[in-house]
Design a binder for this molecule. Structure first.
Ligand code: SAM
Length: 328
């Protein structure tokens, strides 16, 4: 089997594919405005996504996560999942969603072969949730979480972006969800990815503060994360069925463990979230060797993890305004 190893010995097995840059929410920390949305014609087609996945798998990618924008807005998503599950070598297929449409789509997606979902959920209070997402409905997302459980999309990861002064009062409530159910609740540091630096300074909360807040429910015992599980550090409260993850791209960045490449909704292969460089896969799609060569080129373009700027504002600058197209 081919293995993708970059110039710094990191084995790259994971591809994140954005399938649309449209979103049905408008989270203040993610999308600066709606101007950047593409029309459907510019998006990779189902056949194009499958083609890229095929070659990526032959190159050594074994895990694909679909993201967006909001991937559930894509009308052919269920069919796309079904086709990706048939790609030889893809052993894990998951999806990141805001959950707004999951109540009806969880079952068809699971039946098509989707294995897991990450659900973004930043507040358990209806008004707070609506304020953060600028229009989202908490009850619908909770319905989506229930539907995902019923459809067997385990384990369900709940991603919470930590926002000082907005949801930091709910940290223990989120952690408490892991006591009775086997959720993986993952706290993520707010990254300065929109141009509003002031807002970032006001609401950024380092993860240590969230960890301290969780210990109000009892001591946290560290445990190994799932294999291929990405950058979170995992902990468990005594007797809890689920666990708590902490993802700290800023206070303790984890580029040294990076195992991923990304493809945008328009077919740009990105070696690194924090660099401008992108390889346009679309013109290469007729030629398998050229797509494979692009993967190797992307691999070699992954930066030295020790060369990235220490200042998060400098480090994240290339990433500004791109979140909706890349999908985190
Ligand atoms: N619509 C899907 C969703 O809501 O999960 C997928 C796309 S969304 C861009 C993917 C993830 O990026 C979400 O978990 C979201 O919370 C996270 N995200 C967006 N902006 C962020 C920021 N400024 N800092 C940290 N995480 C961010």
């Amino acid at each position: 089997m081919t293995v993708l190893v970059d110039g710094f010995g990191r084995r790259i097995t994971y591809l994140r594919v954005s399938v649309t840059d449209r979103c049905n929410l408008n989270c203040f920390y993610c999308i600066p405005g709606r101007e950047g949305c593409l029309d459907g014609g510019q998006l990779l087609s189902l056949e194009e996504v499958v083609r890229i996945a095929d070659v990526a798998a032959a190159c050594g990618i074994s895990k694909i996560r679909l993201t967006g924008g909001e991937p559930l807005l894509r009308p052919d998503l269920t069919e796309l999942v079904r086709r990706l599950r048939e790609v030889p070598g893809i052993r894990e297929l998951s999806l990141t969603t805001n959950g707004m449409l999951l109540d009806t789509l969880a079952r068809p997606l699971a039946e098509a072969g989707l294995q897991r979902v990450n659900i973004s959920l930043d507040s358990l209070l209806p008004e707070n949730f609506s304020g953060i997402t600028r229009g989202g409905t908490l009850e619908r997302v909770l319905g989506g979480v229930r539907a995902a459980r019923e459809a067997g999309l385990y384990p369900i990861k709940i991603n919470v972006v930590l926002l000082k002064g907005i949801n930091d009062g709910e940290i223990a409530d989120f952690a408490g969800l892991t006591l009775a159910d086997d959720y993986h609740v993952r706290f993520i540091e707010f990254m300065p990815v929109t141009a509003e630096e002031e807002r970032w300074r006001e609401h950024y909360l380092p993860l240590e503060a969230a960890m301290a807040e969780c210990t109000r429910l009892g001591p946290l015992v560290e445990e190994p994360g799932p294999p291929n599980g990405g950058p979170a550090r995992y902990f468990r409260l005594a007797g809890a069925r689920g666990n708590i993850g902490f993802i700290s791209p800023l206070s303790r960045h984890f580029c040294g463990d990076c195992n991923r490449l990304r493809v945008t909704a328009q077919g740009k292969l990105l070696p690194c979230l924090l660099r401008e460089q992108a390889i346009d896969l679309r013109p290469l799609l007729p030629d398998t060797a050229e797509i494979a060569a692009a993967f190797v080129k992307a691999l070699l373009a992954k930066p030295d993890p020790t060369s990235l700027a220490a200042d998060p504002l400098v480090r994240c600058r290339p990433f500004i305004t791109k979140m909706a197209a890349i999908g985190g």
